[in-house]
Design a protein around this ligand. Structure first.
Ligand SMILES: *Cc1c(COP(=O)(O)O)cnc(C)c1O
Length: 254
């Protein structure tokens, strides 16, 4: 073995503990392990994260969600990306949580629940200006209202994503849009997970705000966030390191 990458699971656990202790006690930790845990390998990292006590896993797609589910039952697993229709059944078969963005998904998931004689767990995704997944914030209140009236849908959370936390004005605007959308659900569903911040934002954690979960990806693997994010001073260690052996050293004239 001349060149290799090492994955230091003890570092991963120390990072997790540091992030945890920098967050308020009640804040839920959604561990983002999409793309094979950012290339660190899903099985060893997810196993360690389970032992170290994350609250929920988030992944990009059904395949990644099933990989984690096969490691153990009981862990809540949220799929951040949209499902293909032929993947819907996996929500039931593997007990997964879907992100819901629009009315056609609502109908699909409600039918799925009806046919399976159970309910489908969802987090409602709100697009507060990024333009990726989620219901556009001006249309999201209608969708939320429909979700609340549809039997078979088990609304467990509401989320949005901040694509550019260093752009404070835009992010502030996004946050305001989001808070307005979620308002009607807060009373009816006291246990909802309300989450937006990722490694580089983490600015939603004052006590008065309804945010009660954060989605941490890069930071837990030791990739430091931008200087202006709330946890920028946190000392995290890289989990991945590259190594190689020197076979020949030679000096040449300049
Ligand atoms: C990737 C991703 C995250 C995690 O972001 P990091 O910068 O890695 O912490 C959070 N939320 C969503 C929707 C993502 O796609």
């Amino acid at each position: 073995m001349r060149c290799w990458a090492e994955i230091d699971l003890a570092s991963l656990e120390r990072n997790l503990n540091r992030i945890r202790s920098a967050l308020p006690k009640q804040m839920k930790y959604v561990s983002v392990v999409k793309a094979d845990a950012y290339g660190h390998g899903i099985h060893p990292t997810a196993a360690r994260l389970m032992q170290s006590g994350v609250d929920l896993f988030a992944v990009a797609n059904v395949k990644e969600a099933i990989d984690i589910r096969e490691m153990g039952s009981g862990w809540p697993i949220l799929i951040l990306g949209p499902l293909l229709e032929e993947e819907d059944q996996a929500l039931i078969d593997y007990d997964l949580i879907a992100s819901l963005s629009n009315h056609s998904e609502l109908e699909r998931f409600a039918n799925l629940a009806l046919n399976a004689g159970t309910s489908v767990k969802i987090h409602l995704k709100v697009d507060t200006g990024m333009g990726r997944m989620g219901a556009w914030w001006e249309e999201a209140p209608t969708l939320l209202g429909q979700v609340m009236q549809t039997s078979g849908l088990d609304l467990q959370g509401i989320l949005t994503h901040f694509p550019d936390p260093s752009n404070h004005a835009f992010t502030r605007e996004q946050r305001a849009r989001f808070l307005e959308v979620i308002q009607p659900a807060l009373e009816k569903y006291p246990d909802l997970l309300i989450h937006a911040d990722n490694s580089s934002s983490l600015r939603s954690i004052d006590k008065a705000s309804p945010f009660n979960a954060v989605r941490i990806g890069l930071l837990q693997f030791g990739v430091a966030p931008p200087k202006d994010s709330l946890l920028a001073d946190l000392e995290v260690e890289p989990v991945l390191s590259f190594h190689s052996k020197l076979a020949l050293i030679k000096e040449l004239p300049a």
